[in-house]
Design a protein. Sequence first.
Length: 361
Amino acid sequence: MKQSINIRQVGILLIMTIFANKILLMPSLLFSEVKADGIFVVAVLFLLEILTLPVFIILKEHYPNESLYEILSKKIGIILTKIIYILLIVFFFLKVLLVFSVTYVYFKQQIYKDEMIWIALISFLPVINHAVISGIRPLSRTMEIFFAVVLVGFIACLSFSLFTRINIPYMFLSTPKSFFDSIYRHFFAFGDIFFLFLIMDRIEIKKGQSKTLYKYAIIGMILVLILYFLYYSKYQVTSFMHNNALADILVFSVQFNAIGRLDIIAMITIMMITLFQMEIFSYAFSDCFMKIFPKLNTVYSVIVFDIIFCLIYYVFIGKYEIMIKTTLEYFPFLAIIINIVLPIVFLIFALLKRRENEKTD
């Protein structure tokens, strides 16, 4: 029996994926490329991302009980479907690596100051593995329980940053070439809502509820854009030096007489968001793995994930700079295939299905 989740839980998953890889390092990288025009780069990328949402809704309406794998198998055959799922498993695995790499450096700077990779892996992996094995319903219910904490923490970080001086950032300083180059280079950090396509057969959307998804998506995107505006307003010309945006906007207001250090709010919020994001992407990896190898179950997918993750991160990537450079230079092309080409293909399938239904009627 398939586990199903309701529209609110889907909305929360949507917000968590929207936050992924955008609230720590990216503002700094964007500033080094296009200055405060990074806000507009993010806005354009969000616009491209949200365009996949109506494609998902249309596809869900015309294939309410079928999985993405079943739809693709009928339309293009098993072999091409498995090739697409191989691309997807690579895509979501790289997402996990990127989230972990960026957040690991943040916590290493904040807590231990020294190398703590094995402590981090021992802390993160069992939690993520349990979430994947439990299934999409327990995973989404857990996020639903802690969603208010995450949202309050995020908004609190934005609010406390207003207690220090804010200056409107200088904008429109980038050239068209640098602007569009920046859009391409950071394309991999977006398009995470593609995750919804993988679980479409386990989502319950009643008539008239699809608008709720747009509300959650817009809330998440607005919060991220506000973060960028406050970050660039606070740091102005030194934004490229601060690599942890959500935490760094509290730097000048971390102590209040009756409250103490406020950066603990950012730390807890980032920790919870990171765990949820890694659970989502790891679940996507597991789902793709079981579609490619249907005779294996979730436990096998988790074991394979853990082994590959530890080997690739510790042996091949290791340095944080290598991961970031690779993400900006080599991963955008894969992201374009996943986030633009595939949704266009899905839209064609949905429109063809609508035509078939109209002829039948």
